[in-house]
Design a protein around this ligand. Structure first.
Ligand SMILES: Cc1cc2nc3c(=O)[nH]c(=O)nc-3n(C[C@H](O)[C@H](O)[C@H](O)COP(=O)(O)O)c2cc1C
Length: 380
């Protein structure tokens, strides 16, 4: 639930005043200093594995949990593991979405290696996997082998790619040519797109209803609150999760509005305004893109991630804002009705709707936080 600066003005509520001395003023104007530094360090490594990984950590992933760990103890090899502490058991009970995020990571790694003249040969879940839960077994074993294959043109957009959690311009339609460009980025994938007025009207309501269910269901909303990083200082200290930054957040934080108790209290100003801003964003969609798979194996989920980040990069190339809206696709009982409806409509022949995203034109935003690549290297 990222809140835009404009929307969070409302967090202040009627007559809520902070006595801003110099210290408080400095806090309010503080912006994160180091949280996005890994975006500037990507591409600055001499070891080919670290070079590829320095881009891979910039991949999109659920709640920005960055659940990846890499073991480099075998020369020339990368073993990708999943950090069990970063799973999202309430909104992602089978770790389907976490696996998609790992698929995004592997695809960016593949493109980055290719850029340097290496083919990333990947063995996915080399020791097997469990469809119900991720465990300590490797997600992938990767070897980099020299190649003369041409680089991937989508790689050029890796540093500019964003998930855009802001309102879109409802006067600017999404052109058919841009939807075609998204499809062209993923030959062979089961991809659907629409900028049809009736579809937009229906899915604005549906995705908003699904968000409302997530926010009003305490155990699923708590999963977000648990990873909120409130303010620049907290975001720099822990550059993952859902970062809430900007002067108004700092102002509300200093005024005691951003405590866990306030955020979880559905009658508080913080909760209501956060919810209003989030729901308003989904009502500004100007088009949609979605991916489905016939089966729902771990390999399908990894492949979905590879496709997904490619679609995101193609949207970046088109200048299109892109925000996944995953709530209606999530496998918990309170969502069952909307889950069934989305599946009946977007995967009428059966299968799994893996990703759904709103499209439109929105503001430029800063890159999201990342832990440095070095923080993700383990010696197993
Ligand atoms: C599987 C998956 C599901 C996601 N679902 C949502 C979502 O429901 N809402 C949202 O705003 N962003 C969603 N995202 C985007 C992430 O929040 C985003 O990738 C992460 O915060 C990092 O930001 P970045 O993509 O701008 O680098 C999803 C991403 C992935 C890979």
């Amino acid at each position: 639930m990222a809140l835009s600066r404009r929307k969070t003005l409302a967090l202040l509520g009627g007559g809520f005043i902070v006595a801003a001395g110099t210290g408080a003023a400095l806090e309010i104007t503080r912006t994160p200093r180091t949280a996005a530094a890994p975006w500037g360090k990507a591409g600055g490594y001499s070891d080919p594995r670290m070079q590829a990984l320095s881009y891979a950590i910039l991949a999109p992933n659920p709640h920005n949990q960055q659940p990846w760990l890499v073991d480099l103890s075998t020369p020339g090899e990368i073993t990708l593991l999943v950090n069990q502490d970063k799973l999202l058991p309430h909104t992602d009970p089978f770790s389907r979405q976490i696996t998609i995020g790992l698929g995004c990571f592997l695809e960016v790694l593949r493109m980055a290696a290719l850029e340097e003249g290496y083919e990333a040969q990947m063995d996915i879940f080399p020791e097997g996997s469990d469809a119900a839960a991720l465990d300590n077994r490797p997600v992938a074993r990767i070897r980099l082998e020299p190649t003369t294959a041409a680089p991937d043109p989508l790689f050029a957009h890796v540093l500019d790619r964003r998930s855009l959690k802001e309102p879109f311009d409802t006067t600017r339609p999404v052109p058919a040519a841009s939807l075609a460009a998204l499809k062209a980025a993923v030959p062979g994938a089961r991809i659907g797109t629409s900028a049809d007025a009736e579809f937009i009207a229906e899915y604005r309501e549906l995705t908003t209803d699904a968000l409302e269910i997530e926010l009003l269901t305490p155990h699923t909303f708590k999963e977000s609150v648990d990873v909120f990083r409130v303010g620049a200082r907290a975001t720099d200290a822990q550059p993952d999760g859902i970062d809430l930054t900007g002067p108004m957040i700092e102002f509300a934080r200093l005024g005691g509005q951003m405590t866990e108790a306030r955020l979880m209290d559905a009658s508080s100003i913080s909760f209501r305004e956060g919810m209003r801003a989030t729901l308003e964003n989904s009502m500004t969609a100007m088009g949609y893109v979605w991916l489905t798979t016939a089966t729902n194996t771990r390999a399908d989920q990894i492949a979905t991630g590879a496709h997904w980040v490619r679609v995101n990069l193609a949207a970046t190339a088109e200048g299109l804002g892109f925000q996944p809206l995953s709530q209606a696709l999530q496998e918990y009982p309170e969502m069952a009705e909307l889950f069934a409806r989305v599946h009946a409509e977007l995967a009428p022949d059966g299968g799994t709707v893996q990703m759904l995203c709103r499209l439109g034109y929105g503001p430029d935003v800063a890159a999201s936080p990342r832990w440095p690549v070095e923080a993700k290297v383990v010696d197993a």
